[in-house]
Design a protein around this ligand. Sequence first.
Ligand code: ZN
Length: 408
Amino acid sequence: MKFDLLIKGGEVVDPGGERSGRLDVAIKRDRIATLDRDIPVEAAFRVIDASGQYVTPGLIDLHTHVYHRATFWGINPDPVATRSGVTTWLDVGSAGAYNWPGFREYIARRAEARIYALLNISSIGLTATTGELANLDYCDVDLCCKLINLHRDMILGVKVRIDRNTLRDSGIEPLHRARAAADRCELPLMVHIGIGPPSLAEVLAHMRPGDILTHCFTGQTMRQIDEHGAILEAAKRAWDTGVIMDIGHGAGSFSFEVAEALMGAGHHPDVISSDIHQLSVNGPMFDLPTCLSKLLHLGMTFPEVIRAATARPAEVLGLQGQIGSLRPGALADVALFVIQEGRFPLYDIHMNMRESARLIRNTLTIINGRRLPAAPDDPPAPWIELSEEQRDLAARGHTPAAFAHNHS
Ligand SMILES: [Zn+2]
């Protein structure tokens, strides 16, 4: 038996598997066949030279928006997958009940990237920038559960955005309804936080172990720290009881000040996700490897940041064993990276800068045993205008393409 593909000479980092170190990775059809030292090149039809590079499982991005051309936020995932190593995309709430069939047919079925989703409790999803919960008519628990039960192969949980602008005069009622839908379907609930009211404590009172708090390092009013930088009591309880803490960087939700306070107190995020969308893809978020670089700079090790974007999100989604690891038998989703050394200015969403000595860059992406060809990003949606900060970043050479520079 000959392997289809051999990735040779790289440094394997697979925190969810049994083996790491200098190993060759052999792929047969769409599965990882074996990992071993010195597998001969004659054993495979095709060989990729990975020397000087890290070989990891394909990344799982737990917070993305890929309903492109039909919602305010969505981007086309495939061009970004090929340059970022993200092989599995969890779209969180771009679709609600009414626009789910379109998401499934026109986006997920046609993408090369592996796509799962959380269904928005709002039946109109994230068509517009905000306000999807302002009309409680759109918050239909029965309808949400009906769609979930028809599409359990792709829908892995419920999404709700809880902040002042999304709720308007609805109070906390949409959170009750999202909770009810998640409970009835026995799936996790992902809650987005931002600018209150309500308060963070009011939201956390409705969250359980296995639920996901996204934007966990937000610097907005629903932040986890008080004015002295100390963690709030309700937030500490959430960490201690097993609420999943997810970065969801995005365009409004990652603060170095909050990250440093929480990580300084020993609170490292469970999951590092991008919240990539039409605004954040133009910086300072850019892509998932850039997010990983920020957490690397803040003190996590390279295997720790890889775990937070592979094995840990796979567990959160109940997909461990299938994705997020290079164990033999797993789906052959693989990413290659280099860690560049130098002086790299990295910014949070408030444009506070930290100079990192290391930058993680993707060099190759393989999905289902197949190397994805490079493709240019889609142009921005017609309603997108770059902010002054984004234009300034671009003028200084910080563009999605520059951050994603492909080496191979
Ligand atoms: Zn989002």
